[in-house]
Ligand binder design. Structure first.
Ligand code: DO4
Ligand code: MG
Length: 304
């Protein structure tokens, strides 16, 4: 079973529901994920057990939306896998030691990734900055964290990044990480109580160009150098999250330095127990509709 946020196709009313073998079933009295994330986990669990069966519909009747809205913030952790540390040391022309030091430090690297309205979901374009020479998808397990610091569920985040911009100087990190189309989040959220061990999930990244497979790599969250609960604890230490947060947990797959994502490529991320997130790449300059789509979800149909 997955938790989803969606818009009904005829009325474009936004709802939150569950997706299971019976189709799409809305939850009573919840119109957005922000509203859900304000509740304690025990309350959400009991809500999920009594969806409105009388209002069930099929996936074809709805438009799936990113599982973030309102004041929900998207944050991400960095250098949580050895592969990520090695890749940063290789790409940087400025200061290699910051990456080795943060990999072993008690305090993790956490950075702001996106406000809710800037996130795209499956089928929507991810962006390639016009001033970046090396753009990569970063396949990451992401947690939905409630206002109370509890993990509601798991999803997939593509932390799309401009490697050469970050490599030139770590102070350029926000420009390498935050731009139009740089944050894709799967619409499917697997409730935490259905995932017995989130630190043992296989992750696969496939990138296709036309009919060629450019890369096909796998890792596992078992290779993560941090505990998920420790990442959540650090995020919540000095930060109120009025509508909760998505916390992406870092990448364990980084392409070789001669690889760059180009408009038209498709990046597909699969995580065991969660699902698949697939996005075509496009110039970031054409992904200028996200703010309007936050007010009118029907617009999103045009860009899929
Ligand atoms: O240190 C830069 C960010 C690294 C990152 O995004 C990752 O490891 O996933
Ligand atoms: Mg990342």
């Amino acid at each position: 079973m997955h938790l989803i946020r969606y818009a009904e196709r005829v009325t474009w009313r936004e709802r939150v529901g569950v997706l299971d073998d019976d189709g799409v079933l809305p939850l009573p009295d919840v119109s957005g994920f922000a509203e859900l994330l304000r509740r304690p986990l025990s309350e959400i669990r009991s809500l999920v057990t009594r969806p409105l069966v009388s209002e069930a519909c099929t996936l074809g009747d709805v438009l799936l939306l990113p599982p973030v809205d309102g004041r929900t913030e998207v944050w991400a952790a960095g250098v949580t896998y050895e592969r990520s540390m090695d890749a940063r040391i290789e790409e940087t022309t400025a200061s290699q030691d910051v990456y080795a030091r943060v990999y072993d430090a008690a305090r993790p690297e956490l950075f702001f990734k996106a406000p809710a309205w800037r996130a795209v979901t499956g089928g929507e374009p991810i962006g390639v900055r016009p001033d970046a020479a090396v753009t990569v998808p970063e396949p990451e397990l992401a947690m939905l964290v409630t206002t109370h610091g509890e993990v509601l569920g798991y999803t997939i985040c593509d932390d799309v990044s401009s490697r050469d911009i970050e490599g030139a100087n770590p102070l350029y990190l926000p420009q390498a990480k935050i731009y139009d189309g740089s944050c894709a989040i799967s619409a499917l959220v697997r409730p935490a109580w259905e995932v017995p061990d989130a630190q043992a999930l296989g992750i696969r990244l496939v990138v296709r160009r036309d009919d060629r497979t450019l890369m096909d790599e796998r890792t596992s969250t078992a290779r993560m150098h941090r505990r998920l609960d420790d990442l959540v604890e650090h995020l919540c230490r000095a930060l109120t999250l009025p509508d909760g947060a998505v916390l992406s947990t870092g990448t364990g797959i980084v392409p070789d330095l001669d690889f760059t994502l180009c408009p038209g490529d498709v990046a597909e991320i699969t995580i065991d127990e969660i699902g698949t997130l697939s996005n075509p790449a496009a110039p970031s300059t054409v992904i200028d509709w996200l703010a309007s789509a936050a007010d009118d979800p029907s617009l999103r149909d045009r860009y899929r």
